[in-house]
Design a protein around this ligand. Structure first.
Ligand code: HEC
Length: 439
């Protein structure tokens, strides 16, 4: 009897043991309108994929979280505990039994919905047709916004609608003064980034983002960002927020769609949450590296068949509180690390990505803000792999790849290379270290 109880305990089943693990760790993306190309919400779907599931869970490829959790922690970390990895492995080893249907959790997935709440307004991007050629697709998309008057925004949230194919989206808001631009809706709404340079410049101009006199409008960077499975970005009361003018354009720059075998339309919306009061502590952004305030050493030129290392550093002139960090490289990226050295010589760790994966570029948010004191220096260390051993190398044989400076301040083709580090921060206030950002 004792023996039986013992065996029974170790007989893992889909309904009792696996479904709850997948519910928490996988189905936020692997569901009908999720970002992953297939669902894992019932036994048949999971059973059919069990061999690749074994592979990707044991290797750590899924759930996707390229940042090293032994270096620093962030909100919404995705990982399987060693115990859950072992349960999946054992379950597959004993033949992946389905188990008793009455053991199933109440839900095998939770449909994607707002993480913030009921929005004041929902705005839709024009639908985009994504070609089914099993390739990644990169676009710039614009969403003109007209409001009766200037408003304060507490947060914006990007959500893919039906057919969620979006792999990442970075959105900035261009604010126009009334007399600076007659119409925000005259430009093209979509630009394919996989085109040649001359065509790109022409098409970029057709987006008509400039003021009517050709000058640049006011720009709010990172007004809204999205990555599959990431929760909406809203900070505690008093932190964040911005003003939206009565005429503005939300510029998704860029928006990345994962590969699909069959063409589909992608429908994407933005929830807007207004606020009655002006932002108290609006968020600042600083960008190091390509197009940023600190130069790359040595310059980002990556000869064919070589692995190169580069650094960049920036001295911080005042005490700051860091909210998020976002390393950005393209297809040749190999590894990335950033830390600060404070004036006393101590190291403040920011982020380490030992194995760069261009598909998973989160805006990593710290659980509590990280203070970097005045006089500290922030360093980046990045490496790039331009050999044939890099399966993402866009050229075979490899070609010299370099950084290209953005035309008109936006957009970059994926086959060019970049090294960027975007830091969002506030001027430090006493007690910032204790404010939790994951509320
Ligand atoms: C944040 C979203 C997300 C989460 C969470 C996630 N996946 Fe995925 N998964 C994807 C996407 C997107 C792909 C398609 C490949 C890609 O774009 O990288 C994928 C691909 C896969 C593949 C196919 C890999 C291949 O090489 O063909 C498997 C198997 C898989 N996921 C299993 C899982 C399992 C098991 C979990 C939970 C332990 C999980 N995924 C969690 C988004 C996610």
């Amino acid at each position: 009897m004792l023996l039986f109880a013992c065996i029974h305990k170790n007989t893992y089943t889909y309904t009792k043991d696996i479904a709850p693990i997948l519910l928490e760790n996988c189905t936020p993306c692997h569901q009908p309108d999720g970002a992953a190309p297939f669902s894992l919400i019932n036994f048949n779907q999971v059973n059919r994929k069990k061999n690749t599931i074994l592979e990707v869970t044991q290797s750590g490829l899924m759930p996707p979280w390229p940042a090293d959790r032994n270096y620093t922690h962030f909100i919404g970390e995705k990982y399987l505990s060693e115990k859950n990895k072992r349960i999946i492995k054992e379950w597959i080893k004993i033949g992946a039994p389905e188990g008793n249907p009455s053991d199933l959790p109440k839900n095998t997935y939770l449909p994607i919905k707002s993480f913030i709440g009921e929005p004041d307004t929902t705005l839709w991007f024009d639908s985009i047709y994504i070609e089914g050629n099993s390739q990644d697709h990169f676009y710039i998309a614009t969403l003109p916004i007209e409001l009766p008057e200037k408003k304060y925004v507490r947060a914006m949230e990007f959500l893919p609608g039906k057919n969620n194919l979006v792999h990442h989206m970075n959105g900035r808001l261009l604010n126009y003064e009334n007399d600076q631009k007659v119409s925000v809706s005259e430009g093209e709404r979509l630009l394919d980034l996989e085109i040649n340079e001359q065509e790109y410049i022409n098409q970029f101009n057709q987006l008509k983002l400039a003021n009517d006199d050709g000058s640049r409008p006011q720009q709010i960077n990172s007004a809204v960002n999205y990555l599959p499975g990431s929760t909406g970005q809203i900070y505690p009361e008093g932190i964040g927020g911005f003003t939206i003018n009565s005429k503005s354009i939300l510029l998704a720059d860029d928006i990345h769609f994962g590969p699909i075998p069959k063409g589909k339309w992608s429908h994407n919306k933005v929830h807007v949450f207004f606020s009655d009061s002006a932002p108290k502590r609006p968020i600042n952004e600083v960008m190091m590296g390509t197009n940023g305030v600190s130069k790359i050493i040595p310059p980002l030129v990556i000869p064919p068949h070589q692995i190169t290392s580069h650094t960049s550093f920036l001295e911080i002139p005042e005490d700051i509180s860091v909210l998020t960090v976002n390393p950005h490289m393209h297809l040749l990226g190999k590894s990335f690390k950033s830390f600060a050295i404070d004036p006393s010589g101590d190291t403040i760790r920011l982020i380490s990505i030992p194995k760069w994966d261009f598909r998973w570029q989160y805006f990593y948010t710290f659980p509590t803000m990280v203070k970097i004191p005045k006089g500290s220096v922030i360093y980046l260390e990045a490496s790039f792999d331009n050999t044939i051993d890099n399966p993402n190398n866009p050229h075979n044989p490899p070609q010299e790849i370099s950084e290209r400076f953005e035309f008109g301040g936006a957009g970059m083709r994926t086959t060019d290379e970049m090294l960027q580090f975007i830091i969002t921060w506030l001027p430090y206030q006493k007690g910032d270290e204790n404010i939790r950002l994951d509320l």
